[in-house]
Design a protein around this ligand. Structure first.
Ligand SMILES: Cc1cc2nc3c(=O)[nH]c(=O)nc-3n(C[C@H](O)[C@H](O)[C@H](O)COP(=O)(O)OP(=O)(O)OC[C@H]3O[C@@H](n4cnc5c(N)ncnc54)[C@H](O)[C@@H]3O)c2cc1C
Length: 426
């Protein structure tokens, strides 16, 4: 495809994209403004890393295809494998999904560990070069094509440039500086606050490996908690702005009493804390509609949170980053013409389902501005009925889990057999 591809941002999306590009370009240069240690540590450029990060089944399956050996290495370094249907307590609108043994394998690991394993594997590839401590300041274009980037004040030539700079991306600004109008943006502001704390995990302290409790208008608090990196529990509590989880030790544990099930509150009032609670105020969900831009320079790609960042309560971000990398591989497989246009139009379809699933729940809250489209309203209403069925019917529960894990689309829940089961249970 060309001599050099440059990836701005060396985190989840940047690493996955770099791996794909290494097959097609002589050299792939990954630029990140942070130092990038190989160890699993928190760093400035990824402030969300202290909070629970679930990797959906579709996500780790896709990463494994792109980076073979990823899963085994993650487990070797401490990720906790689990049967998502049997080991995780999942509360939806106050109802506990009926537990049942299944082959739906999940991996529980901290965000730094996931990134560290990925970085170790990706940087083994000989034609991927990483430049840490390097800030991308802008793009360079000639005749409607990108020809490079400006980084740390210097020019670096490139045939393709990927913006993988995360939530705080400046891709639209860089494009504007070159004379390109901003692409339309969809935005939903749910006003969620995360607060997280780690605890020591000891043998037999719980008969589950994780608890997920969805927030909903009648009880707008939730949690994502799991066994993590060997002998730890990472517990994230979430609330909306006027009922945010408190940062004071003790009050944090008390807040967990508001969750629908008693299990997590019981666990963390007994477990030994390892850290103080840490807060993260989630910004809006933002979807950059590059596929609708009137004009884009050829050779521009955006991936991960730089393309779409979700309310993280639904755990979709890393999976969509992986799907973007897989989609880019398909685009390149089909030839070198109009990579930018083909990439963004394919991504629009990939993002659609995840976006509707997460924003349609957010838009149920009076505190979230915006109107739910009719289709989304109907979906939410139906899911409420389906939730009731998942409390007693493991078959419906399994189908629901496949949708949540992005292994199946929401329409799979409308099959006549499923509809019948849902009707029967209500
Ligand atoms: C609190 C919270 C919890 C989350 N939980 C989940 C979850 O459970 N499951 C899930 O799948 N996702 C979750 N997410 C989303 C997930 O963190 C992101 O989707 C994922 O990290 C996206 O990776 P990324 O590579 O696009 O961006 P990031 O991981 O944010 O990385 C961006 C990188 O770009 C670098 N950078 C920025 N600007 C520049 C520049 N100008 N030049 C060079 N480098 C630059 C930064 O240093 C950083 O390394 C959560 C997010 C939050 C906020």
């Amino acid at each position: 495809m060309g001599t050099r591809a440059v990836v701005a941002g060396g985190s989840m999306a940047g690493l996955l994209t770099a791996k794909v590009l290494s097959r097609w370009y002589d050299e792939v240069v990954v630029l990140d403004r942070d130092e990038l240690p190989l160890e699993a540590v928190h760093r400035k450029g990824v402030p969300q890393s202290r909070h629970a990060h679930g990797l959906l089944a579709r996500g780790h399956q896709t990463i494994e295809r792109l980076v073979p050996g990823f899963r085994d290495e993650l487990v070797r370094r401490g990720a906790v494998t689990n049967d998502q249907h049997n080991d995780i307590l999942l509360y939806n609108e106050g109802r506990l999904l009926k537990r049942a043994p299944s082959n739906l394998t999940g991996l529980l690991a901290s965000r730094p560990l996931i990134e560290s394993v990925l970085r170790a594997k990706v940087t083994e590839v000989p034609n991927i070069v990483t430049c840490a401590g390097t800030t991308v300041d802008g793009l360079i274009a000639e005749g409607g094509r990108l020809t490079g980037v400006r980084a740390n004040g210097e020019r670096l030539d490139a045939d393709l440039v990927v913006d993988a700079t995360g939530r705080s991306n400046r891709g639209p600004t860089w494009l504007r500086e070159l004379g390109y109008d901003a692409a339309p943006v969809d935005e939903v502001r749910a006003g969620i606050v995360y607060m997280s704390r780690e605890y020591r995990r000891v043998q037999g302290d719980a008969d589950f490996l994780g608890v997920i409790s969805g927030h909903y208008p009648e009880n707008p608090v939730g949690c994502g908690a799991g066994a993590n990196d060997g002998d730890r529990w990472l517990v994230t509590l979430l609330g909306v702005e006027d009922n945010a989880p408190p940062a004071e030790p003790g009050a944090f544990e008390d807040f967990a009493a508001q969750l629908d099930g008693p299990e997590l509150h019981r666990l963390i009032t007994r477990a030994a804390p390892l850290t103080d609670p840490v807060r993260y105020r989630i910004g809006p969900s933002v979807r950059r509609r590059y596929e609708k831009a009137s004009r884009l320079p050829e050779g521009f790609v955006a991936a991960g949170d730089a393309l779409v960042c979700f309310n993280p309560a639904y755990g979709q971000g890393m999976t969509i980053a992986a799907l973007a990398a897989e989609h880019l591989a398909e685009v390149l497989e089909n030839g070198g013409d109009q990579i930018t246009r083909r990439y963004f139009s394919g991504m629009a379809k990939i993002v659609d389902t995840a976006w509707v699933m997460s924003t349609s729940n957010d838009l149920r809250f009076d505190t979230t501005a915006g109107k739910q489209p009719l289709g989304a309203r109907l979906l939410v209403r139906y899911l409420s009925r389906l939730n009731r069925a998942t409390a007693t019917d493991a078959v419906v529960g399994r189908q629901f889990l496949e949708v949540v894990n992005l292994l199946a689309g929401p329409t799979s829940l409308l099959k006549p057999t499923t509809l019948l089961r849902v009707l029967r249970s209500s």
